[in-house]
Design a protein around this ligand. Structure first.
Ligand code: DSN
Length: 391
C-alpha cells in the first residue's frame, strides 16, 4: 500500500486482533475470501435499483452478484422463493430495521420491542434512535424473577396496547426465544411480527437455535455476527397479499439508501456459501457448547449469570452482584488489561447507570472461529475470574 499511515494502522489492528481474546458477542472473524470480495473492484460500481431494474448502465455483473447473494440467502435458511423474498442491500443492521419500520408502518404507529435496558436493540424503539423518535413505543422487558421473557405479561401488554408491529429480537438476551408464542401474541393483537435475528443468525443457519422463519412476517439480520460474514444486513419478507416484499424493497431503495455497496453484497454471498458448508453446523453447535461451558465455570467460580445460563453464544454476567463485586465499566477495563475484550452491559432491572452498569456481555462466536473448545472456555473463565476478583 502506498499510503503508509493507513497501512500502519491496518497492520496495528491486525496485530491487536491476533493478540486479544475476543469475547464481544457481536463480533467474529471473516475468511480471506470474504476479505477479497470486500476489497474487489465491485466497490467502484453504482447499482441503484434492483437486478434488471437499475438506474445506471454497466450492471450486467452486479445483477448476477446480487441475484446470487439472494439465492444463497434463501437457500441457507431453507426458504422457498415462492414463499419468501430477500433484500440483500441494507448497509447494516440499523438501516435494515429502519427500512422495516418505513415499509410497514406510518409515522406515529405503535411498536412493541424489547427495551434496550432489558436486552433489546436501539432500533427496537429506544428514545435516542429514530425508531423511538418517529414511532410510538410500548416496550416490554423480562420477568424480574426468571430474567426471561414472561409471555403471559407480553400478551397482556400487546392486547392492551394493540401495536401495529411486534419485534422479537435482542442484543443481550441469552435464552431461547419462543417464536411460536410471539406469533400467537401478534395474531391476537393484530400486529405484524418482525424478528431481528442478528445475533443468532449463524446459530439458526447451523441448526443450533430454533428458526424464526415459520412464524415471522419479516426477518432482519446482520451478516457479521454469528453468521461470520462482512458487515451488512439482510431483510427477509414473506410473499403475501399485503405486498410486504415490494414495500421492503421500496423502503430500502429509494426510501432510505442510494447505491448498494456491491463489494459488500459479493462478500455476503461468499459468507452465505461458507455458512451452507457442512463444517458450519459443527461450528454453530460448538459456539453454543462453548458458551454453556464458559457460563457454568463462571457460575462455579461465584459469578451470577443472568437468567441462570445461556442457550446461545451469549452470556450476561452480573459482576456487580448487588455491591459484592465490581461495576461493569471497571470489569471491562480490567478484562482489557488482561487481554480479554468484552463489553459492559446493563442487566435487567439494573440499578446502575448505562455508562457503568452492573454487567458484562460475553460471546463465544469469535473465539470458536479460532478453534476454541470447552476446555479452553474453562481456562478462559479462570482468567476472567482472576481479572475481576476484588483485590
Ligand atoms: N452493536 C451490536 C451488538 O453489539 O449487539 C448491535 O448492533
Amino acid at each position: 500500500m502506498k499510503d503508509k499511515k493507513v497501512e500502519k494502522l491496518i497492520k496495528a489492528e491486525r496485530a491487536r486482533q491476533k493478540k486479544a481474546t475476543n469475547l464481544i458477542a457481536s463480533e467474529n472473524y471473516v475468511s480471506l475470501d470474504v476479505l477479497e470480495a470486500l476489497g474487489s473492484e465491485l466497490t467502484n460500481k453504482y447499482a441503484e435499483g434492483y437486478p434488471g431494474r437499475r438506474y445506471y448502465g454497466g450492471n450486467s455483473v452486479t445483477d448476477q452478484v446480487e441475484s446470487l447473494a439472494a439465492e444463497r440467502a434463501l437457500e441457507l435458511f431453507g426458504l422457498d422463493p415462492a414463499e419468501w423474498h430477500v433484500n440483500v442491500q441494507p448497509l447494516s443492521g440499523s438501516p435494515a430495521n429502519l427500512a422495516v419500520y418505513a415499509a410497514l408502518l406510518s409515522p406515529g404507529d405503535k411498536v412493541m420491542g424489547m427495551s434496550l435496558a432489558e436486552g433489546g436493540h436501539l432500533t427496537h424503539g429506544s428514545k435516542v434512535s429514530a425508531t423511538g423518535m418517529f414511532w410510538t413505543q410500548a416496550p416490554f422487558g423480562v420477568s424480574r424473577d426468571t430474567e426471561t421473557i414472561d409471555y403471559a405479561a407480553l400478551r397482556e401488554l400487546a392486547l392492551r396496547e394493540k401495536p401495529k408491529m411486534i419485534i422479537a429480537g435482542f442484543t443481550a438476551y441469552p435464552r431461547t426465544v419462543e417464536w411460536a408464542r410471539f406469533r400467537e401474541i401478534a395474531d391476537a393483537s393484530g400486529a405484524y411480527l418482525m424478528v431481528d435475528m442478528s445475533h443468532i443468525a449463524g446459530l439458526v443457519a447451523g441448526d443450533a437455535y430454533p428458526s424464526p422463519f415459520p412464524y415471522a412476517d419479516v426477518v432482519t439480520t446482520t451478516t457479521h455476527k454469528t453468521l461470520r460474514g462482512p458487515r451488512g444486513a439482510l431483510i427477509f419478507a414473506r410473499h403475501d397479499n399485503r405486498g410486504l416484499d415490494r414495500k421492503i424493497d421500496k423502503a430500502v431503495f429509494p426510501g432510505l439508501q442510494g447505491g448498494p455497496h456491491m463489494n459488500q453484497v459479493a462478500a455476503i454471498a461468499v459468507a452465505l456459501r461458507e455458512a451452507a458448508a457442512p463444517g458450519f453446523k459443527k461450528y454453530a453447535r460448538q459456539v453454543v457448547r462453548n458458551a454453556a461451558a464458559l457460563a457454568s465455570e463462571l457460575a462455579r467460580l461465584g459469578w451470577r449469570i443472568v437468567s441462570g445460563g445461556t442457550d446461545s453464544h451469549l452470556i450476561l454476567v452480573d459482576v456487580w452482584m448487588g455491591g459484592k463485586g465490581i461495576g461493569g465499566k471497571e470489569a471491562s477495563d480490567r478484562l482489557e488489561q488482561a487481554g480479554i475484550i468484552a463489553n459492559k452491559n446493563a442487566i435487567p432491572g439494573d440499578s446502575r447507570s448505562p455508562v457503568d452498569p452492573s454487567g458484562i456481555r460475553l460471546g463465544t462466536a469469535a473465539e470458536t472461529t479460532r478453534g476454541a473448545k470447552e476446555k479452553d472456555m474453562i481456562a478462559l473463565a479462570r482468567r476472567i475470574d482472576k481479572a475481576l476478583r476484588k483485590a
